[in-house]
Design a protein around this ligand. Structure first.
Ligand code: C2E
Length: 745
């Protein structure tokens, strides 16, 4: 075989040895395959000290196809193979090409075939099929020709590599974009940016990301720039100000990129600028131990734009996160965050003895109604502030909803005594010191249940605390959960009860105490279950009220009782009055007036024969609408009785404002007249206030002659109770009326 026949051949050392130590980083790697040692030597001479596309060359040598394949398996990044066609066999070269392309899958590697004679040239089809770069006879490859041939091949190899890098880069950008959306916060994001840029450039991640400090986003002086992420040797610089870095190269590059809002690409580092908004952005400085390959500018541009968009999304996601987990109004974690906190505490330390306390401000709704929402807001802010100030920092404080707060922490910190103690002294609300009372429901946390379940338990305890009065604390008990479950079952059954017609009415007569005449009746609802058992109204009426079922049930009662009244009229008792209990939920319905008017019209009843019994609870939703609708109904002729519950003396305060005709004295209060001097005083006060306001007073629960005498003595006008009759079914009631008429005629 012919050796190269050019003139100025210079001897070079075997550079393959260097590559093992990595010293050929940035060199073009060329593999010379020939069974003629002279060819190797001549090639070495020809390429000594040669730079191709500004980079040196490292030669590898193989003297057979098999050796070449072994070497290609062992070495990466061989840019060009200078391959003899005829070696151990006539087609050893072409077989090597086949292995390179099909077995080793080295698609980028350029192949230049060299043959001794023109006759050994491969078919054109073979050249195309195997992507052979060039074909030269050895005699053609003078030093100059070798240089130009290799330069063309290496340029092509480099372009293929860049295409590859671009593809990989774009894939990374897409993957990164997806990943960044779910990342939490700018720091993780910025760390990702360093890794991505380094990956794109094929270098180790060494760099830092810098942004203007939050409160001064437009000042780009190095003292106002903060390092938000760092990787590699720069890791320790995270959170430092840029001017604290003792490297003018980095400080200069980052400041310049941020000030001029542009990318700076140097031979051993790049500084990329990412614009989040026209004014705000951040910059990443990436260092490289080796000269940075001429990375496609376009790719970096695409990367910067895409990642800047991601950064914008990070801010949006951060805002969404904050909205999802944070109550901006009071600056406290919200219900979702509370549930997450409990779950996290239980997952990390299930036996730590943590406690959840749910806190409600007593009378918040009425304070909000009476004193306005601004006052309500100030009250909530003051409550949050007080909890923050008085409870130790290890207590996690959250706002659940409305006036509901929650505290989670160790039992020694979070207990009824400590939480209540926060409000022992008055709280400043709108500049005035006022007493705030809270109700607290306590639940110890232990493994086995989830955060959401514990909050539900806490709520049950809190409800009990509130029911016990103001300023109370209640510890959760399993009984609360059981009772709640029973109520849920009862509600389910009650829904079916209305459809299955299990509800019916009973009527209890009312007597005028002066004349002894029967003046009316109270309609009382009953529920008989499928098994025949009666459910007391005290059990199902509150459930009906809470669920809203009472509205439909109340309409039905109104119609049914007025129809019964019509039938009693037909039976010869024309002047009776029907008293129906009206729940506050019914009264607050916007069409309540129309519902009553329609019932009167449909049953052809006279409004004066209808009495609506309302309780003190109507004041809960604000008195004004109640006063308005009752005023309209009274103007039509309907009468109203105020029927406060038990010994709730505070109900008397509404009496003056509510338009009413009668005051009913609760059977508990009347019953207590026989036993308790204090109750007797309370009953007397009730009756006196009613009379003072010009109301007729009705004593309920008159069970015997003794009580009758007492209520007469106290000045009551009417009475109702077992002494006269128990609540009866309609037929019984009509029969009872007939009997009474016979007796008294
Ligand atoms: P209320 O309006 O105070 O009804 C009087 C309750 O006292 C009735 O109980 C009645 O059966 C009972 N009672 C009657 N006479 C005597 C007596 O001499 N001594 C004693 N100790 N009790 C007597 P009931 O029917 O169990 O109703 C309980 C409560 O349930 C009622 O108290 C009322 O608040 C509510 N309720 C009953 N029916 C309805 C209704 O249709 N709608 C609404 N919203 N509430 C109803």
């Amino acid at each position: 075989m012919n050796a190269l026949n050019d003139d100025d051949l210079v001897f070079v050392e075997d550079e393959a040895a260097q590559s093992e130590t990595g010293e050929d980083a940035g060199h073009w790697r060329i593999l010379v395959v020939d069974d003629d040692p002279g060819v190797h030597e001549v090639t070495r001479f020809a390429l000594a000290n040669t730079l191709i596309l500004n980079r040196p060359v490292t030669l590898f040598h193989a003297s057979s196809g098999a050796e070449a394949v072994a070497l290609l398996r062992a070495k990466d990044n061989i840019a060009v193979v200078l391959l003899d066609v005829v070696m151990e066999s006539d087609d050893a070269g072409l077989r090597t090409v086949d292995i390179i392309r099909n077995e080793l899958k080295l698609a980028n590697c350029r192949i230049i075939l060299r043959t001794g004679q023109p006759g050994q040239a491969p078919e054109a089809e073979t050249i195309t099929r195997y992507d052979i770069n060039d074909y030269k006879t050895k005699s053609e490859l003078t030093q100059n020709k070798l240089f130009t041939t290799l330069t063309a091949a290496i340029r092509s190899y480099d372009q293929l590599l860049r295409l590859d890098a671009n593809r990989r880069g774009l894939e990374k950008i897409i993957a990164a974009s997806n990943q960044f959306i779910v990342e939490q916060g700018l720091q993780t994001f910025a760390e990702g940016v360093i890794t991505q840029i380094a990956g794109l450039m094929g270098i180790e991640p060494e760099g830092l990301v810098c942004a203007a400090v939050e409160d001064n986003p437009l000042d780009k002086s190095s003292s106002q720039l903060r390092i938000i992420a760092a990787a590699g040797q720069f890791r320790h610089l995270i959170q430092h100000r840029l001017n604290e870095i003792d490297d003018p190269r980095i400080v200069g590059a980052l400041t310049e990129a941020l000030e001029q809002r542009r990318n700076l690409i140097e031979s051993r580092n790049v500084t990329l600028y990412f614009a989040k908004t026209p004014e705000k952005g951040f910059a990443a400085f990436i260092d490289s131990a080796i000269p940075i390959r001429d990375v496609d500018q376009d790719l970096l541009e695409v990367f910067c734009t895409n990642i800047a968009l991601c950064a914008k999304n990070i801010d949006l996601v951060a805002e969404l996160r904050s909205d999802a987990f944070f109550d901006r109004r009071l600056g406290l974690p919200n219900h979702t965050a509370l549930v997450g906190e409990i779950d996290q505490r239980l997952a990390m330390a299930p036996d730590a003895g943590s406690v959840l306390a749910l806190v409600d401000v007593d009378q918040f709704a009425s304070a909000n109604d009476w004193l306005g929402q601004d006052y309500g807001d100030a009250l909530l802010e003051a409550t949050a502030q007080r909890l923050r100030e008085r409870l130790p920092s290890e207590a996690f404080i959250a706002r659940r909803a409305g006036d509901g707060f929650a505290v989670v922490g160790p039992a020694r910190v979070v207990n009824g005594e400590h939480v209540q103690a926060c409000f022992r002294t008055p709280v400043a609300i709108e500049g005035v010191h006022q007493s705030v009372s809270i109700s607290v429901g306590i639940v110890p946390l232990a493994k086995g249940r989830s955060g959401i379940e514990y909050v539900k338990d806490g709520y049950l305890a809190l409800k009990r605390a509130k029911a016990a009065g103001q300023g109370q604390t209640m510890m959760f008990s399993e009984d609360f959960r059981r009772a709640a479950r029973e109520r849920a079952h009862l509600l389910h059954d009650l829904r079916l009860a209305t459809a299955r017609k299990q509800l019916f009415l009973t009527y209890q007569p009312q007597i005028d105490l002066k004349s002894g005449q029967i003046v009316g009746a109270e309609a009382l609802m009953r529920w008989r279950r499928e098994d025949g058992g009666l459910v007391p109204p005290d059990c199902f009426i509150p459930i009906a009220e809470h669920s809203g079922l009472i509205v439909g049930m109340g309409d039905w009662l109104l119609h049914t009782s007025l129809l019964a009244l019509q039938r009693s009229r037909a039976a010869g008792f024309p002047d009776l009055r029907m008293a129906v209990n009206i729940s506050p939920v019914q009264l607050r319905q916007p069409d309540f007036f129309e519902v009553v008017a329609e019932a009167l019209r449909q049953t052809q009843s006279h409004p004066a024969n209808l009495e609506l019994d309302i309780t003190a609870a109507v004041a809960g939703g604000g008195l004004e609408p109640v006063i308005a609708v009752l005023g309209r109904l009274r103007a039509m002729g309907v009468t109203v009785a105020f029927d406060p519950f038990g010994t709730d003396y505070s109900a008397l305060t509404y009496l003056d404002e509510l338009p009413a005709d009668r005051l009913k004295v609760d059977h508990r209060l009347v019953g207590a007249l026989e036993q308790d001097a204090r109750a007797a005083r309370a009953a007397r006060t009730f009756i006196a206030v009613g009379r003072e306001l010009g109301l007729k007073v009705v004593a309920k629960g008159v069970e015997n002659q003794n009580l009758l005498q007492r209520v007469i003595a106290l000045g009551c006008n009417e009475a109702q109770g077992y002494h006269y009759a128990s609540p009866m079914l309609e037929e019984e009631f009509v029969a009872w009326l007939a009997t009474q008429r016979r007796i008294h005629s």
